[in-house]
Every structure is written in C-alpha cells, then in structure tokens.
Design a protein around this ligand. Sequence first.
Ligand code: UGA
Length: 442
Amino acid sequence: MYISVIGCGYLGAVHAACMANLGHYVIGIDVDESRVISLNSGKPPFYEPQFEDVLHEALASGRLQFSTDISRTEAAQVHFITVGTPQLPGSNATDMTYVDSAVSGLIPYVSEGDLVIGKSTVPVGTAIKISQAFEEAQTGAIVAWNPEFLREGFAVKDTLYPDRIVYGLPSNKSREDALSLLNKVYAPIINDDTPIVVTDYQTAELVKVSANAFLATKISFINAVSEIAHTAGADITQLADALGYDSRIGRSFLNAGAGFGGGCLPKDLRAFIARSEEIGSYGPAELLREVDSINLRQRDRVVNLAVEALSHDPKGKKIAILGLAFKPNSDDIRDSPALDIALKLKSLGANVVATDPQAIPTATMRHPDLKTERATYDALSSADLVIVATEWADFVTIDPFQAHGLVKYPVVIDARNCLDEEAWSHAGWTVIGLGRPVRKPV
Ligand code: UGA
C-alpha cells in the first residue's frame, strides 16, 4: 500500500520505518527540515534502541522517504497522523496546533476513499471534529482513530508486536471500508494472538488516555504506600513483590521511586483532567489530580532526603546525580524526574555534577549551565553524596567497592530502588532508598 505518515517524532519516524519494512511504500512528512535530512541519511534524530537498523533497512529497500513537502502525500491512499500533542504552556490542556495543521495541510491532497488514521494522543471528541473537517472540504476521505501504545526504549518491538490494536471507526456507511483498509495495512503484523478491539471514535480516544492514566495511577499508588512504608519502617520493594504475585495486580509499574516523567504519562494525565472538566465530569479529575501531585511530591522527597543527608547544608557540596533521562534506554529529558531533582538541588547551591549514558546532549542543550561528566567515575569523584536518579544498567552494575574509593562520603540515595543494597552496604555505603529502611555500612 502507499502510505503517508505526518509527523516524524518518536512515534511517526518509527511507525514509518516499520511500515516500510512490512512491505508498504511510505512517505514520512515533517516540518523540521533538519529532522528530515537526518532521517533520509539514516541517522535517527533521537536515541531509540534498534531504530537505526530498522531505518537503514527501510531506506535500503527504496520504500521509505522523508520530506517536508506535504503535497507528496497525494500519492498515498492511507495517511497516518502522528504529530505531537504537547501540554499547552500554563494549562493542563492539550496543544492541538500540530494536529490542526496536519489536518489542514492534508485536506488538499486526499482523494475519495482515502483513509486518514489518527494515532496521536488527543482529547476525546477530536476524531469526530477531524472527520467533519474532511467532510466539509468534500474530500470523500474516511477518518479512523487507532491509538498507539508504544514505549520509548521499546518503540520498534511495540510497533511490530503490539499487545492489542484498537480501531475507532466511523458510525456511517464508511465503517466497513475503514475496517478493511486498516486490516490491509496491519495484515503483516496481525496474527491469531493479536487482539483487535473494534469500536467507535470516542472509546478509541479514551482507551489511550485511560491506559496512560492507569499506569500513572499504579505508580503513584505504590509511591503513596512508599511514604507510609518510610514512616513505618517497612520495605516497599518487598511489599511490591508480594503484591505483584497476585495476578490481578501484577508486578509491573509497581517500582516506587522518583516517579514518572517523559513526554506522555504526565501530560496525558493533565490533558485527561482538563478534558474531563471541560465536558463536565469533575469526579475523575479529582482522582487524577491526586495521582499527579503524589508523583511530583516524589521528586521533593528525593531532594529533602538529599538535604537531610548533607546535614541541611547543601551549599557547595558535590552531589553526583546518576541519570538525567526520564527512564533508561532513552535520551528524552521531557518532564524528567532525574533532571528536575538535579536542577532543584543546584538551585539550593549544591555543586551538582550529573551523568547519563545518552541524555547529556539533550539535557545540556536545554540547561547549558548544568555540570555534566561523560564518565560515571568522573561524576563520582570526591562526591559528598550520590543519587541514582535513572535506573540505567550502567548504574545498577557499578562496582560499589570501586565507587567507594572515589567518593568523599559513601552515601547513596537510591531514588529508583534499583541497587543491590546488601552489596553496597557491604562495600561500606549508607544506602537510602525510597520507602525502604536505611542500610548502614556493614
Ligand atoms: C508510556 C506508556 O507506557 C506507553 O504505553 C504509551 O504508548 C506512551 O507512554 C505514550 O503515550 O506514547 P513511555 O513514556 O515510553 O510510555 O514510558 P513508560 O515506560 O511508561 O515509563 C513512564 C515513566 O514511569 C518513567 O519515568 C518511568 O521511570 C516511570 N516508572 C515506570 C516508574 O516510576 N515506576 C514503574 O514501576 C514504572
């Protein structure tokens, strides 16, 4: 099939390359010329494991190209909208500028019977409006909503082997045409085990934000319990393990720590709050607001633990922050708890030196005055305090004996509860977790 993909960020670029590798002819459109040049030359503009290989394979097949020229969508029969939907500055609501301009840019180039597939995360009620826009312009194009659930760090795997596929279809006579085109697009990845939920626009839109809100709620739940565990002297990790054995609960997304960040969970949660209130549904917004505030409190908890560990005098003390990305295997620093903690401690006068395997360029581009070191051991050198803020394998596997020889004071705040506490305390460290009893050196 001939496919266009409008918006080549994490979602769109990976989607375009994967679709081409499945045998489709794909034109990826983005307004950012440098991004287009980089993608056309096989260089991913962001760090995403496996993506470079997938991109090379797709470009070599001759079935994938990127362009800034939206008129090149004319040759395609199926058009994916994969543009970003960030949080509006100063508001919880979604900035729909990019979706709106993708739609108005596409309208002149679609033909009768084309399928426009929305994948961006949008407020409920968007698909119907977009469908009306295509109808008013008398394009004859059909609109479907097909939310995406890919995780950064696993984008290729999640695109090619999704847990489920959701089709939000129109209620009119175009429904069957939309269904058969979607099945044709995804034919190579649909197998007997891939559940497909066929539904209406509103449900499809809400599935996406509800999935992210549920994951956020699960994390904030365990973080709230970790506050109680801290006061009661219990161990949140063992508690989460015990909860996780209950298959109704499950162990994933029960890691207590600095909380969730990134370009999705925080802003989708806030957009959900804004949209619920906009349509007059105030009760759910209360729950989600609490989830957000528990999450932000975790960052302050880490900062307070650091200030306490430095005897309430952080000024001039060297704090080695291990991690800047919002999660491991990513260079994304959007709403990153690790970066937030680093900046807060810096603003208290501490001599913060951060390191990260991938996110130093993205972090220093935004915060040029943030001190960083490429090598973990340089960041650790003569540190008064160490904070593990992102659970990269590089940090989890640090040799605690070697690290002990580098720092001034062997005290570590494990803000992701990811270290082997026993090994670290045997190496002479004081280990302060979140919701775990403090481990003294043995
Ligand atoms: C999230 C969802 O997991 C995807 O399904 C969704 O498609 C995507 O948002 C999106 O809307 O595009 P992602 O932002 O890549 O994916 O990150 P997650 O793996 O969900 O992690 C989010 C945050 O939660 C990270 O900061 C992570 O460190 C934190 N987290 C995760 C915890 O604090 N504890 C946990 O137990 C798990």
